[in-house]
Every structure is written in structure tokens, then in C-alpha cells.
Design a protein around this ligand. Structure first.
Ligand SMILES: Cc1cc2nc3c(=O)[nH]c(=O)nc-3n(C[C@H](O)[C@H](O)[C@H](O)COP(=O)(O)O)c2cc1C
Length: 359
């Protein structure tokens, strides 16, 4: 209650859930790093986790068929370290028995959660009926849900798009089916397959799903700031937020959400009293950015990650937007011939800007 004993004041901490439980797995804070092929390998996941504020990390999507047939696929996509718990492995495929076998493998490897991908719009995945291709075949999805659920004890979740297109929206039906088949949570990327990544995510679909089921609902799509994270929770009632593309562009976003909802920077958590210029979370300094990019690149090189050089270049292009002089750094990184040289270019760039910190 406020001082007058009138209506309760809706602080952000009250709006945003502190944690959620998926089966017996506690996720705190209620934030999830979205699975991203080519991005969320073990290095990126640990890097995000070390920066703080992320409650659950997920692997890149992994072919159920591939992990069963090929040891190298397993090593590359399902390798994780102890400090990554809680961690969820995401599988894609269309055969209930193959997915069930792959789920057993995932459980034996020690993952906390297994997730099924029903959202990938990539043609080569959809052609084999995987990813969002399955959204047009709910009876097959039910068989997969049942087979995987029966195969493992760990919590089983699904990440899906709202439907194939605007005329075939299935998210509510699918979420109900997931609940009735014993899944522990659902994550909705609030776009259709046909939309790809265009247009805006339609958070109203997340609200509809939340109203339809009692298992936790994770909201995903176009959450680009702590303000967005609170807005999606306030508008939909979802139990957690999942963040994809913003994570490589602003790896501090999870920590910022935590600061924002708890008022940890000392600014009162009263959105209605806040001026638009007032920030309720820390913005990274140049020195933080330097430290961050150097740490991530060093981790990539130490891990001897396949394609480390390409990943450094890709990450640099996301990350350097918004840095003064970022275009010059991007060019220097793209022209570099090895991972070690990329790191040198980064060091040169920031040393010129931060002579005191790096001397
Ligand atoms: C490069 C990239 C790779 C992705 N790979 C996957 C994936 O492996 N599995 C999956 O379920 N979604 C994948 N997605 C979708 C994201 O998990 C997320 O649903 C989508 O980007 C929307 O969230 P955002 O607006 O926070 O980025 C990928 C997205 C991007 C940009």
C-alpha cells in the first residue's frame, strides 16, 4: 500500500517475476538466453552467464538425427561445462522415436532440461518437417510430445512460433497440448513462420497462451531493453522473458534487467515518477566494452572453438554498432587474417581510446 493506504503501488519488482520453476528446476532470475544457431555455443553461454542476470541458458538447436549418428555433432553442439547449469538442450527433428532417443542421450549427458524446436523457419529444416514445419501437423507434434515425455525424467519444454501464417495461428492449441502431455513450460516467439524476423512480435499471442495454460510461459520476441522486458511481462503476464538478438549486441542486458526491476542502482523503481532521461540501470563504459570484447575473444581462442575467427567477426559486427568509431574497428577486424590478429586490432583500437586504463 502507498502512504495514504490507497491502491498498491505497482513497483517493477512486483511486476517482474523473481524466479520460475520448470518441473523441479529453479530458474532465477526469470530470464532466458534464447537458443541461437551459430551464436549460443558454450563460450557465448558462459560469457553471458559470467556477466550476470541470466537465469537459464540454452544450446543452439541440434539435430536429433545428427546427435545419434555422429559423435562429432554431439561434441560440437551438446558439450557444456559444469558452471553452465541450469542448461537446456534444444533438439529439432520430426520423428517421435528419434527425438525420444536423442532426448535420452541429452538426459544422460547431464542437461537439466530438454527443449523441442518448433520455430526454426530455415528452409532446410522445414523441408524435413522440423522446426516451424511441424506447426502444420499438430497430431505429429502430439506424438513427439508423448514419446519424448515418456523417454526422460528431466523437464521437457517446447519453443514455438505462433503458427505458420496469420491464417493458421495454433499457439493456444499447441500450448494446451503441451500442458496436457506433461511438458514443463512453453516459450513463444510471437511471430509466424511466414513473418520470419520481419514486422513486430505480437505479444498479444503470448498473453493468449498465458491465459490458456497453467505451466510457465516464457515470452520472446523483440525484447531489446529492460523497459521492454517489464512491458512484455506487464502486458502478457508471462513468467519469464527470453532474449535473442539483443544478447550479442548488449550482453549486459540480463544484468540491466535485474538492476531495473530491483532498483539496484538506487533510483526509485517507480516508472510513473521517472523522467525519460533517468536510467535505472548501468550503461557499460568504454572500458567495460573493451574488457567484455577482449574476454569473449580470449575465451573463443582458448576453447579452440571451430570457426572461432568467423565468430569473432560476426560478433564484432553486432557488438560494435553504437561504439564511437565502431565502423573503423569493424573494418580492421574484417581485414584481420587470424583470431590472434583480431584480438590485436581490438586492443589497438581501445588502447588508443583508453590510454589510462590500459597503460
Ligand atoms: C542467428 C539466430 C539463430 C537462431 N537460432 C535459433 C535456434 O537454434 N533455435 C531456436 O529456437 N530459435 C533460434 N533463433 C530464434 C531466437 O531464439 C529468437 O526466438 C528470435 O531471435 C526472437 O527473439 P529476439 O527478438 O529476442 O531476437 C535464432 C535467431 C537468430 C537471430
Amino acid at each position: 500500500m502507498d502512504r495514504m493506504g490507497e491502491t498498491p503501488v505497482p513497483t517493477l519488482a512486483r511486476v517482474f517475476p523473481a524466479s520460475l520453476k520448470i518441473g523441479g528446476v529453479e530458474i532465477a532470475p526469470a530470464t532466458v538466453l534464447a537458443p541461437m544457431a551459430g551464436v549460443t555455443d558454450t563460450v557465448f553461454r558462459r560469457f553471458i552467464k559470467n556477466l550476470g542476470g541470466c537465469g537459464l541458458i540454452m544450446t543452439e538447436f541440434t539435430s536429433a538425427d545428427g546427435v545419434l549418428r555422429d559423435q562429432r555433432v554431439r561434441g560440437r553442439y551438446l558439450h557444456f561445462y559444469e558452471d553452465e547449469h541450469p542448461i537446456s538442450a534444444q533438439l529439432f527433428g520430426s520423428s517421435p522415436s528419434v527425438l525420444a532417443d536423442a532426448a535420452r542421450l541429452v538426459e544422460d549427458l547431464g542437461f537439466d532440461i530438454i527443449d523441442l524446436n518448433l520455430g526454426c523457419p530455415a528452409k532446410k529444416v522445414v523441408k524435413c518437417n522440423g522446426g516451424s514445419g511441424l506447426l502444420r501437423d499438430l497430431p505429429l507434434i502430439r506424438k513427439i510430445f508423448e514419446a519424448v515425455r515418456a523417454a526422460v525424467k528431466i523437464p521437457f519444454t517446447v519453443k514455438f512460433r505462433a503458427g505458420w501464417n496469420d491464417d493458421e495461428i495454433v499457439c493456444v492449441e499447441l500450448a494446451r497440448m503441451a500442458e496436457s502431455c506433461g511438458l514443463g513450460a512453453v516459450a513463444l516467439h510471437a511471430r509466424t513462420r511466414e513473418q520470419g524476423y520481419s514486422g513486430n512480435a505480437r505479444w498479444e499471442w503470448i498473453a493468449s497462451v498465458k491465459q490458456a495454460v497453467n505451466i510457465p510461459v516464457i515470452g520472446n520476441g523483440d525484447i531489446r531493453s529492460p523497459e521492454d522486458a517489464c512491458a512484455v511481462v506487464a502486458q502478457t503476464g508471462c513468467d519469464a522473458v527470453m532474449i535473442g538478438r539483443m544478447a550479442p549486441a548488449n550482453p549486459w542486458i540480463f544484468r540491466q534487467i535485474q538492476q531495473y526491476v530491483s532498483g539496484a542502482t538506487g533510483v526509485p523503481a517507480r516508472p510513473e515518477k521517472r523522467s525519460s532521461a533517468e536510467k535505472m540501470y548501468d550503461e557499460p563504459t568504454e572500458a567495460d566494452r573493451y574488457q567484455m570484447i577482449r574476454t569473449y575473444f580470449q575465451m573463443l581462442l582458448e576453447e579452440e572453438m571451430p570457426g572461432a575467427e568467423g565468430k569473432m567477426k560476426q560478433f564484432a559486427s553486432w557488438f560494435t554498432h553504437g561504439i564511437p568509431g565502431g565502423a573503423a574497428l569493424r573494418k580492421a577486424i574484417y581485414d584481420a587474417k587470424s583470431g590472434a590478429e583480431i584480438l590485436e586490432r581490438v586492443e589497438e583500437f581501445f588502447e588508443a581510446k583508453l590510454p589510462v586504463q590500459t597503460a
